[in-house]
Design a protein around this ligand. Structure first.
Ligand code: ATP
Length: 236
C-alpha cells in the first residue's frame, strides 16, 4: 500500500525519445492517487512511447519524472523490477503464456516477484481471479477462454502485487464493443477501489460513455483536458 499523498505520476519538462528521435517534449503532468486518465492521440503520436517511459522500458533522459515514488531519472537497472511491482501493465495483445493454465500464468509472476509461499500464492491467485469475475477459470488453458476472458486474466495478472497505478495500452483494441465495454467497467471498478489508471485508447465511444480527464499527444506535446483549451472530437 502506498500511504503517501504525493502524486502517483509526476512529470516535469520531460522529453520522450525513440532512438535519436524526440517524440514528445515539455511534458508536464501529475496523476493523483486513484485518478482515472485517458491518453489519446493519432497513431504514432507517442502514447506507447510515453507509457514505456513511465514503466522504465524506455530510459528517461530529459526532465524529471517520478512514478510510484521511484525517481525515473536516476533509476538503476536493478530497481526496475521493484518499480514494476508497484505498477500494473496491460497491453492490447494479451501476452499470456499459452503453454500453461491461468493459475500457472499468475503463479509465474508471483514467483518472479518474490512470493515464495505456495499457499499464499494460491490465495492471491484466487483473490485476483475473483476480482475480475473469473474465479472458475483457474485451471483452464488460455486458449479455452474468449478474448475478453483472456484480457481479464491479463488484468488479474496486473493486479497481483496491488499496484498503485495501471498503465493500459489500448486494452480494448482487439475486443468487440460489448466485451470492450465489460473490460472498461472492470477498469472503473478497480479504479473505484483506489488504483489509478492511465489508459491509452483510440476508442472515443468509451471516452464519451465514461468521461474522465484526457491527456492528448499532439504535435510533439501532451495537452491536458484539465489545464488547456482542448477539443477532443475535432482535435483528434
Ligand atoms: N522501437 C522503436 N524504434 C524506433 N522508433 C519507434 C519505435 N517504436 C515507435 N517508434 C516511433 O515513435 C513514434 C511514436 O510511436 P508510438 O508507438 O509511441 O505511438 P502511439 O501513439 O502509441 O501509436 P499507436 O496509436 O499506433 O499505438 C512513431 O513515429 C514511431 O514510428
Amino acid at each position: 500500500m502506498n500511504f503517501s499523498s504525493s502524486p502517483v505520476v509526476s512529470l516535469r519538462d520531460v522529453a520522450i525519445y525513440q532512438d535519436v528521435n524526440t517524440i514528445l517534449s515539455n511534458v508536464n503532468f501529475d496523476i493523483e492517487k486513484g485518478e482515472f486518465v485517458y491518453l489519446v492521440g493519432r497513431t504514432g503520436s507517442g502514447k506507447s512511447s510515453l507509457l514505456k517511459t513511465l514503466y522504465a522500458d524506455l530510459p528517461l533522459l530529459t526532465g524529471h519524472a517520478s512514478v510510484a515514488d521511484f525517481n525515473l531519472s536516476k533509476l538503476p537497472r536493478k530497481q526496475v523490477p521493484y518499480l514494476r511491482r508497484k505498477v500494473g501493465i496491460i497491453f492490447q495483445d494479451f501476452q499470456l503464456l499459452f503453454d500453461r493454465s491461468v493459475a500457472d500464468n499468475l503463479a509465474f509472476v508471483l514467483r518472479a516477484t518474490g512470493w515464495s509461499d505456495k499457499s499464499k500464492r494460491k490465495q492471491r491467485i484466487s483473490e485476483v481471479l475473483m476480482r475480475v469475475g473469473l474465479d472458475a477459470a483457474a485451471s483452464k488453458m488460455p486458449h479455452q477462454l474468449s478474448g475478453g476472458e483472456q484480457q481479464r486474466v491479463v488484468v488479474a495478472r496486473a493486479l497481483l502485487n496491488e499496484p498503485v497505478i495501471l498503465f493500459a495500452d489500448e486494452p480494448t483494441g482487439n475486443l468487440d464493443p460489448r466485451v470492450a465495454d465489460e473490460i472498461m467497467m472492470l477498469f472503473q471498478e478497480i479504479n473505484k477501489q483506489g488504483t489509478a489508471v492511465l489508459m491509452a485508447t483510440h476508442n472515443y465511444e468509451i471516452i464519451n460513455r465514461y468521461p474522465r480527464r484526457v491527456l492528448k499527444c499532439e504535435k510533439g506535446r501532451v495537452l491536458d483536458s484539465q489545464v488547456q483549451e482542448f477539443n477532443l472530437i475535432n482535435g483528434y
